[in-house]
Ligand binder design. Structure first.
Ligand SMILES: Cc1ncc(COP(=O)(O)O)c(C=O)c1O
Length: 612
């Protein structure tokens, strides 16, 4: 844009209290091109401060003084147009004294700026009156207050909070240099992270699309509706038969919303026992009867278990217990079950006792979407999931519920004896207002992005690889005579029973952590799980997201075996008790050696979403 046609007095100011101390005279500007002048604190003081045409300036790190004075200015500029003036405090004061100045706010490279235009014909001589100078002082003070907030609002994290920034950088390093084998973890892609860290976090939107408590939700509605559509598509569901709520903050909240919606406090639910691989949110009592989760505090829960010999769910016992207990909700799905779920058998049992069949597919939802394991949707009434495990989306929960006409048998047995499913309204109401407040719109947008990817052939290939990798890992461990629960896996995880090696899950987990391998201790049915879990759970989604293939998982199996050897030696020398055991880990050379190898190995693989 050519500004040379205009004739005006312009000062382009940012943080007018910071000005150049240079007293070098500035050349008159012949034309009206806006000029910028960098504050001398950012320049060599010997430089002339003559103005130059308006341009976008590169962001620089502020110096300490500026940080202290509350400016985040990478550039502090003042500009004059058509006016020859000394740069410095006086100049700014003079401008401020002109009560008739017009201000225009805008930003350059994210830095709030203020454009002041002096009214034509007015001169600084009008500022001589006391009342006007008081007003000017007030304006100045207001401007200072405004600019302080603006400066803080746009500071990058490294400036705004160096402490948190530094810790976050260390966490990045940890993620990149380690082997992540926690079965419930994954690495999201950059687009998901962008949505999570976005302006969508600013909006309140209690309610459902089209029926919000606050106004201004037209775009939030669009995002949530798109997310719901993609959720149904990702799981190949007919929108006449299934509905979905994408607002739960987590899967624990999603499960609790289902109970709140469909049954009354004190009613009975039945899920897989936690030591058998179930989840706390399906109801759990400790061996001494302590009710641990909301599911067991507010509802009556009775667990079913796996067969201690085979590790598979003991369906005969489950059926017998369910017929006696008559739960209103029967739950399938778990946290550490390495095999397929026999949904048809669950359905039969649920129908026999008139229960709603809920599947919590948190761990396997990615595999379900990619059709690399059996789908619960063919048999269940309600399906919940986390969105951040194998699905590889942002952290949160989701509920799918059946809509429309019930099969005849179910309308005669399930509570309410309705022909139609009536879950939609009840579940939506349970999520909000019963249990939650405003949805996390940044999460919902991020979930929509992840679900778009889930529906692609690339995602299907990714999930197939997750499963192949789990099988490669299982085979590598089995070749070394390790004992795996059920003898292998049908999904993304293996359960390694360490008891025959004389190891505790807790000690082994600690050694792995010191070698930069993260996995988690896990109860093995029949051990005294709560006190000393006898095994570990190992999952493949996260490292598959970093590009690891079968051969890489064989290498990881070698690291795991080496860590087991170290645990054996330290336990033998120092004992199993954690206090004594930990002493044996200090300055352990074998651990240092494995850790170095693990770091070198892991660093070869790209990290989705960020670089270090
Ligand atoms: C089967 C199952 N359900 C629910 C949850 C809880 O998920 P969230 O952490 O989102 O509450 C988990 C988490 O590990 C899980 O494995």
């Amino acid at each position: 844009m050519d500004h040379s046609q205009f004739q005006s007095n312009l000062t382009l100011g940012f943080n007018s209290h910071i000005t150049s101390s240079s007293s070098s005279p500035r050349k008159p500007i012949a034309d009206d091109s806006i000029s910028l002048q960098i504050n001398s604190s950012f320049r060599d003081s010997s430089n002339s401060t003559s103005p130059f045409p308006l341009q976008l300036l590169e962001q620089q790190c502020p110096n300490d003084d500026q940080l202290e004075s509350g400016t985040n200015a990478a550039v502090v500029v003042s500009a004059t147009l058509g006016q020859e003036k000394e740069e410095g405090v006086e100049e700014n004061e003079e401008h401020l004294e002109n009560e008739e100045d017009e201000e225009e706010e805008f930003s350059i490279l994210g830095h709030p700026m203020c454009l002041k235009r002096r009214k034509t014909g007015e001169t600084s001589s009008c500022s001589s009156s006391t009342s006007s100078s008081k007003r000017v002082m007030k304006d100045h003070e207001l401007e200072m207050r405004k600019s302080a907030v603006r400066a803080w609002s746009n500071q990058p994290l490294c400036v705004a909070d160096p402490d948190i920034h530094e810790i976050m950088e260390k966490e990045k390093q940890r993620q990149c240099k380690g082997i992540e084998l926690i079965a419930s973890e994954n690495f999201v892609c950059r687009a998901v992270m962008e949505a999570l860290g976005s302006h969508l976090t600013n909006k309140y939107s209690e309610g459902m699309p089209g029926a919000r408590y606050y106004c201004g939700n037209q775009y939030i509605d669009e995002i949530e509706l798109l997310c719901c559509k993609r959720a149904l598509e990702a799981f190949h569901l007919d929108s006449d038969k299934w509905g979905v709520n994408v607002q739960p903050y987590s899967c624990t909240s999603a499960n609790f919303a289902v109970y709140t919606a469909l049954i009354h406090p004190g009613d009975r639910i039945m899920g897989l026992d936690t030591p058998s691989g179930g989840h706390l949110s399906h109801g759990y009592y400790t061996p001494n009867g302590k009710k641990v989760s909301g599911a067991s505090i507010f509802f009556e829960s009775l667990p079913y278990k796996v067969n201690p010999q085979t590790g598979y769910i003991d369906f005969d016992k489950l059926e017998e217990r369910a017929n006696d207990f008559r739960p209103k909700i029967l739950i399938c799905g778990g946290s550490s079950y390495p095999r397929e779920w026999d949904y048809a058998r669950f359905r039969k049992i649920a129908d026999k006792c008139g229960a709603v069949l809920l599947c919590d597919m948190a761990h396997i939802s990615g595999l379900v979407a990619a059709k690399v394991c059996v789908s619960p949707f063919d048999y269940c009434d309600v399906v919940t999931s986390t969105t951040h495990k194998s699905l590889r989306g942002p952290r949160g929960g989701i509920v799918f519920y059946r809509k429309g006409l019930k099969p005849k048998k179910r309308s005669q047995t399930q509570a309410g004896y309705n022909d139609q499913y009536d879950f939609e309204e009840k579940i939506n109401f349970a999520v909000f207002p019963s249990l939650q407040g405003g949805p996390h719109n940044n999460h919902i947008a991020a979930l929509a992005i992840a679900l778009k990817q889930v529906a692609t052939p690339d995602y299907q290939a990714y999930m197939q690889q997750v499963k192949k990798n789990a099988q490669a890992l299982a085979s590598a461990l089995l070749r070394k005579k390790c004992r795996l629960v059920t003898g292998g896996t049908d999904n993304h995880l293996v359960l390694w029973d360490l008891r025959n090696l004389g190891l505790t899950g807790k000690n082994y987990e600690k050694v792995c952590e010191m070698c930069n391998i993260t996995l988690n201790k896990s109860a093995i049915f029949g051990d005294n799980g709560a006190i000393s879990p006898g095994g570990v759970r190992i999952g493949t989604p996260a490292m598959t997201s970093r590009g690891c293939l079968e051969a890489d998982f064989e290498t990881m199996a070698d690291f795991l075996l080496k860590a087991a050897q170290i645990t054996c030696i330290v336990q033998r020398e120092h004992g199993k008790l954690q206090k004594d055991f930990l002493k044996g880990l200090q300055d352990n050379k074998d651990i240092v050696e494995v850790r170095n190898r693990v770091e070198a190995f892991a660093s070869q693989f790209a990290m989705p979403g960020f670089d270090i």
